[in-house]
Design a protein around this ligand. Structure first.
Ligand SMILES: Cc1cc2nc3c(=O)[nH]c(=O)nc-3n(C[C@H](O)[C@H](O)[C@H](O)COP(=O)(O)O)c2cc1C
Length: 138
């Protein structure tokens, strides 16, 4: 419990949080899920008031970076993508005001694809960082 409390306090102390993980069986690795399960604490990062949920992390920003072996841009695979979508949902539930995500797809589709997708993803991350930090404010 003490370790979970420390992780929660660490998250609460941050104005910007970045998490990065691979897709495992269409979702996030169990260790990453365990981290979310540790820090999503009622009364700390979210609350339930007057019959509805309220995130307590207002004004904060979160960026979720995911790499996957396959492609999830089109149906039917789009409906199987629960790695990036779940990560973003968790932060939205905790009330983060600005939640972004980048999915580097097709990491197992050859080196050429890997390099072009990683270059594109890096550019997306740089654009987000510029937007968040470009004017000197986080
Ligand atoms: C246990 C395991 C499960 C995986 N499940 C999926 C999956 O469901 N869909 C997918 O597109 N890639 C899957 N992958 C591939 C990883 O997402 C991919 O290898 C990773 O994003 C690329 O990072 P790496 O170069 O460190 O392996 C899986 C990999 C492992 C090891």
């Amino acid at each position: 419990m003490a370790k979970m409390d420390r992780m929660t306090e660490q998250l609460i102390s941050a104005d910007v949080v970045v998490v990065a993980y691979p897709m495992y069986n269409f979702s996030m690795p169990a260790s990453v899920k365990a981290w979310f399960d540790s820090v999503m604490l009622k009364g700390k990062t979210w609350d339930a008031k007057d019959g509805s949920y309220a995130g307590l992390m207002k004004g904060k920003k979160a960026l979720v970076l995911v790499a996957s072996g396959g492609f999830y841009g089109k149906e039917p695979m789009a409906s199987w993508e629960h790695a990036l979508s779940l990560g973003k949902t968790e932060f939205q539930f905790m009330g983060y005001s600005d939640v972004r995500g980048v999915l580097a797809e097709g990491m197992n589709a050859g080196d050429e694809n890997k390099m072009s997708v990683l270059t594109k993803s890096l550019r997306q991350v740089q654009d987000i960082a510029r937007e968040w930090y470009g004017n000197g404010k986080a």
